[in-house]
Design a protein around this ligand. Structure first.
Ligand SMILES: [Zn+2]
Length: 79
């Protein structure tokens, strides 16, 4: 069971992966330092520390599906 607060949606534009908005500073259209092959490695069990270019916010990605990244820690506040 994946905790929803640990997920964050991402988008693709060609070879690039973006966040529609940053979970930490809310900057729009954040280019991820991550490529498709990195996502494949993450799906196969690799963990990947991302440092976001907008605010140097850090998130450890532990899994990903077609639409969402799964982080080791919550990215959303619980309602
Ligand atoms: Zn940010």
């Amino acid at each position: 069971m994946i905790p929803f607060e640990n997920t964050w949606p991402y988008e693709r534009y060609g070879p690039d992966l973006y966040l529609h908005s940053c979970p930490f500073c809310q900057a729009p259209n954040v280019l991820l330092p991550l490529k498709e092959k990195d996502l494949t490695a993450i799906r196969e069990g690799a963990k990947r520390l991302l440092v976001l270019p907008c605010c140097r916010g850090k998130m450890t990605v532990v899994d990903a599906d077609a639409d969402y990244l799964l982080a080791a820690r919550p990215l959303r506040r619980k309602a």
